[in-house]
Design a protein around this ligand. Structure first.
Ligand code: SF4
Ligand code: MG
Length: 329
């Protein structure tokens, strides 16, 4: 039996915008049906990774494979048959939905872009169940985006993304532009759809409570590079990299016992510029544990069980640094 290809394989991805090194050597695999959360502060390059995967931008170097096919340098025409395999939901549905198109046309658009000719009647028949699947009535197809609420518009984006039955969904901060009151329901919808349909998902977010709820695996990004990967369980219980420890220490958790033994680690300072990242370990200018070697030597990725961490202090058993006990200096 030949093994099923992974939904997504990213290898050594580099994306430079002029002098800005937005993504600088990212490798990441998502097996079929699994959800990987890509987390990090804004400016870390996580959205750029998502945009490279759907070919909104062409990477400077590296490869992107979707369902086993290298799509990195396919021409538009040769990309066409693969388009339906991956979809994206953007942060702001107001900006990503064409205001001149009816909702029904918007939801059906991926079918047209994949080169399928369908009659209006067939289109309506395909669109209605998609709208119902995301909790909207079929008659919404005859409305314009501006007639809908923000949460409804994001449901339309999700219906559009799923109509081609993609193997992989990129969800780029899908709730962060919405009212707090509807964020949970849209997140719930995504989680339900993922469980029912079983698509793989790259869930780009800075909201760690959403990660705890939705993700199987976590990849932590800092200034264009991955600093840690692993299962959600392991990373939440035993984050290995000082940056992951700091991020998690500041995030609210559902469990009050766990909250009690976590002192927030304040990172201070803003993210350094991707124009001129620090030498050695990029996190060293904010790391409470930085020492001489961190300025001169790029930390290797140490494999730890279900993933890796890139820090000089991490041992292969996953133990090592603990920023919560570091001397503030
Ligand atoms: Fe901190 Fe050094 Fe580890 Fe980087 S390599 S995370 S600066 S201890
Ligand atoms: Mg972003």
């Amino acid at each position: 039996m030949t093994p099923q290809p992974n939904a997504l394989e990213i290898a050594d991805l580099v994306m430079h915008f002029g002098p800005v090194r937005a993504v600088d050597g990212v490798s990441l695999t998502i097996p079929r049906g699994r959800v990987t959360a890509l987390v990090g502060e804004s400016g870390s390059g996580k959205s750029t990774v998502g945009r490279c995967v759907v070919r909104l931008v062409e990477p400077t170097a590296g490869t992107v494979r979707i369902a086993g096919t290298d799509v990195t340098h396919l021409s538009r025409r040769r990309l066409r048959p693969h388009r339906g395999a991956v979809s994206i939901v953007f942060q702001d549905p107001a900006a990503s939905l064409d205001p001149r198109m009816l909702v029904g046309e918007i939801v059906a658009e991926p079918l047209r872009l994949a080169g399928k000719r369908i009659s209006r009647r067939d289109r309506d028949a395909r669109v209605a169940p998609q709208l119902e699947r995301v909790g909207l009535r079929a008659e919404v197809a005859r409305r314009y985006p501006h007639e809908l609420s923000g949460g409804q518009r994001q449901r339309v984006s999700i219906a559009r993304a799923l109509i081609s039955e993609p193997m992989l969904l990129i969800a780029d901060e899908p709730t962060s532009a919405l009212d707090v009151s509807v964020q949970a329901s849209v997140l719930n919808l995504l989680a339900d759809l993922q469980r029912d349909i079983g698509f793989a998902c790259l869930f780009i977010t800075h909201d760690l409570s959403a990660v705890e709820y939705l993700a199987d695996d976590i990849a932590v990004m800092y200034l264009g590079q991955l600093v840690e990967t692993g299962s959600r369980e392991r990373i939440f219980a035993r984050p290995a990299h000082p940056y992951t420890q700091a991020l998690l220490s500041a995030a609210p958790v559902a469990d009050p016992v766990r909250q009690r033994d976590r002192q927030p680690v304040l990172l201070g300072d803003d993210l350094p510029s991707a124009l001129d990242p620090p030498s050695g370990c990029r996190f060293r200018t904010r790391c409470p544990l930085a020492f001489d070697r961190c300025a001169t030597e790029v930390p290797a990725q140490t494999a730890i069980g279900d993933g890796m961490a890139a820090c000089h202090l991490v041992r292969p058993d996953g133990t090592g640094p603990d920023v919560r006990t570091a001397d503030p200096s």
